[in-house]
Structures are given as structure tokens and as C-alpha cells.
Design a protein around this ligand. Structure first.
Ligand code: AMP
Ligand code: TRP
Length: 342
């Protein structure tokens, strides 16, 4: 297998379903970039096959969303020379392994997946089978690389537990101890669940109908500052202790965002800003956000001007990814005893 000089192999994926938000950045992409510096082999995937489980965006739209996500990754600091960057549909072994895992995962396990229930809504009968089996494809994404560590936001915790259960059951069922690693989730930092700027009890999401609810990585400096100025808050000043944030979801969210961007703990934010009115805290947060994010949108525009270069990067990444995944799929088939004669 190629590219195995490191002790940790990191894998993560993001759906190409529209602009990345500050939630994606603090919960996932920022960590992806940090892991590039450690003694890790890093593989990051634009999961285009996952992006058609809810609806099909259209032929050109899916290509462009994939390229835009690649541009966002690179603008945030992912380096195609250090990390493997590719789109999922270019590596066939993943979907082949997903079939095997469809036969490993149990209906009872799948029926417990809360994200399916949320996404399918009241009319689950009309949801695609792909949406239901989405977490199995995610397990295949990870395990076809024998990835050991997966950085994600809090909302993916249950899917990673399923991935671990699938690995353990496969290894047991086919008498192959240790073949698939039991993957460690990496869900760390102050901002693993960034909330909406309009409602501190709802997750910040690409799909929220209100653009004011989120900061997009494509927003320019003025837009970022305006959204923070207009973020919902309560009339009290920031508390002097962390406990004081307990029943104040909007205030807590802004403190966590500050901590995530400044790379300090929420305690440190309170130590510095406790007692401040939002009239002074919000401008400080806006300044910090613009400093950390303001350059990303211009950088993305520059990268998107050369789509052929993005396609080349993703093609090269897919070759490198397949060089790891294909032998692992072959070994899986071998373990299961499928006849190989070509
Ligand atoms: P998605 O956009 O659903 O493909 O998510 C991509 C990554 O971003 C996953 O690791 C998510 O857990 C993470 N993520 C998405 N939204 C948020 C959020 N509001 N706060 C923290 N992490 C998030
Ligand atoms: N389900 C993840 C999300 O919506 C995206 C994803 C697909 C993923 N495959 C993955 C994340 C593998 C980590 C590892 O955010």
C-alpha cells in the first residue's frame, strides 16, 4: 500500500452542498489544516456521492460545488502536496466496500441514526434508500483507507460510533482480528457545535433559509462584520464566570466562536471580556473574525478562475487515494473468500 510512512492516518469528508459556514470551519476544516502539520497522513474528501442522497443538484451544479469545496479547502490552508484531496466518486473501491458493510450493519443499528430521522422528516417513506444507508457509505469512506483518526463536528459522533461497530463486527464475523481499525473520532475545541446567529438553540447550517443565521466562508469582510453586529443576543452583559452562560445560548455561542477563532478556551474569553456589553464584545469578535476569515473569499475566487487546475489536483488526489484503497478492498474480498480469477 502506498503512503504509509506515518503512524496516524487521518480521513474526513465534507459534502459539496453549497458554501462552507463558520461551523464547518471551526468544527472541521480548521482541524484538518492543523493535522497536516502533525505526524499524520491526511486524506480529505469531497463526498459527492453523499451529496445526492437528499436530492440531485444537477449535472453542472454538482461539478461546480465540488470544485468550490476544493477551492475552500485550499484557501483555508490545505496543501495538495501534503494532503490527499479528492472527490469520492472518483474512487470506486469506496462504494464496493459500502456494499459489504450494508451486509454487516444491522437494521436495528441503522434505525437508531438520529440524522436520518432529522433529514427524512415526517415523510420517511419518501426518503431515498441512499439517505438511509448514508452512514454505511461514510464508514466505507473511512475504513477503505484503514483511517485511524477522523476529525469532525459534534453532529457526526453517532456516525463514527456506527463506523466503529461495523469495523468490530466485520473483524469478528470474518475472523480477521484487527483488519479494520477501530477509528478514533477527533471532536475537539471550543466550537464543535457552532449555533445559528439568529437562534442559539439551532445548529449553524448551510441549508438554513436565513443567510443572516450563518457566516459563509465566501462572505467578504463587511458582510462578516454586519452579520456579527446583527447577531441575536440578550440584554445582559457577558457574565464573569462560564456558569453564567448556562441559560444564555446566544451569548454562549458568541463566546465559543470567539474562543475557536482566537484558539483560546472559553474561560479565557470570559476572563478577558466578562462584564462587557455586547456593544463592545461584538466589534471585538467581528474584528477577530475578519482577521481570520477575511482573506478566504478572495483566495477562493482566485482559485476558481482556474477550474482545470482544480480538476487536476482532484484527479491526482484520486489516483493517490485509489492506490491506498484498492488493495484494502481486494484484501477485504480475499478475507470474505470471493473467487478472484482475473
Ligand atoms: P457537512 O457540511 O454536513 O458535510 O459537514 C462537514 C463537517 O462540518 C462535519 O465534520 C460536521 O460535523 C462539521 N459541521 C457542520 N456544521 C457544523 C456546526 N454548526 N458546528 C460545528 N461543526 C459543524
Ligand atoms: N457525513 C459527514 C457530514 O455530513 C460527511 C462525511 C462523509 C464524512 N463521509 C465522511 C465525514 C467520512 C468524516 C468521514 O458532515
Amino acid at each position: 500500500m502506498a503512503e504509509t510512512a506515518h503512524t496516524r492516518r487521518v480521513f474526513s469528508g465534507v459534502q459539496p452542498t453549497g458554501n462552507l459556514t463558520l461551523g464547518n470551519y471551526l468544527g472541521a476544516v480548521k482541524r484538518f489544516v492543523e493535522m497536516q502539520k502533525e505526524d499524520c497522513e491526511t486524506i480529505y474528501c469531497m463526498v459527492d456521492l453523499h451529496a445526492v442522497t437528499a436530492s440531485w443538484p444537477g449535472r453542472e451544479a454538482i461539478k461546480d460545488a465540488t470544485r468550490e469545496l476544493a477551492a475552500a479547502f485550499i484557501a483555508c490552508g490545505l496543501d495538495p502536496a501534503k494532503s490527499i484531496l479528492f472527490n469520492q466518486s472518483q474512487v470506486a473501491s469506496t462504494t464496493q466496500l459500502a456494499w459489504v458493510f450494508n451486509c454487516t450493519a444491522r437494521l436495528g443499528w441503522m434505525n437508531r441514526m438520529t440524522q436520518f430521522k432529522d433529514k427524512a422528516g415526517k415523510n420517511a417513506e419518501a426518503a431515498s434508500v441512499g439517505l438511509y444507508t448514508y452512514p454505511v457509505l461514510m464508514a466505507a469512506d473511512i475504513l477503505v483507507y484503514h483511517a485511524t483518526h477522523v476529525p469532525v463536528g459534534e453532529d457526526q459522533r453517532q456516525h463514527l460510533e456506527l463506523t466503529r461497530d461495523i469495523a468490530i463486527k466485520f473483524n469478528n464475523d470474518y475472523d480477521a482480528p484487527g483488519f479494520f481499525p477501530v477509528t478514533e473520532p477527533i471532536i475537539e475545541g471550543a466550537a464543535t457545535r457552532v449555533m445559528s446567529l439568529r437562534d442559539g438553540t439551532k445548529k449553524m447550517s448551510k441549508s438554513d433559509p436565513s443567510d443572516m443565521s450563518r457566516i459563509n466562508l465566501t462572505d467578504d469582510a463587511d458582510t462578516i462584520a454586519k452579520k456579527i453586529r446583527k447577531a441575536k443576543t440578550d440584554p445582559e452583559p457577558l457574565p464573569e464566570t462560564l456558569e453564567g452562560l448556562e441559560d444564555r445560548p446566544e451569548a454562549r455561542n458568541l463566546v465559543n466562536i470567539y474562543a475557536g477563532l482566537a484558539e483560546i478556551s472559553p474561560e479565557a474569553v470570559i476572563a478577558e471580556h466578562g462584564g462587557s456589553q455586547f456593544g463592545s464584545f461584538k466589534p471585538a469578535l467581528a474584528e477577530l473574525a475578519v482577521e481570520k476569515l477575511g482573506h478566504i473569499s478572495a483566495e477562493m475566487t482566485k482559485l476558481m478562475a482556474d477550474k482545470a487546475e482544480i480538476d487536476r489536483i482532484l484527479g491526482d488526489g484520486a489516483d493517490r487515494a485509489a492506490a491506498i484503497a484498492d488493495p484494502i478492498l481486494e484484501k477485504t474480498y480475499d478475507i470474505m473468500g470471493f473467487l478472484r480469477s482475473r
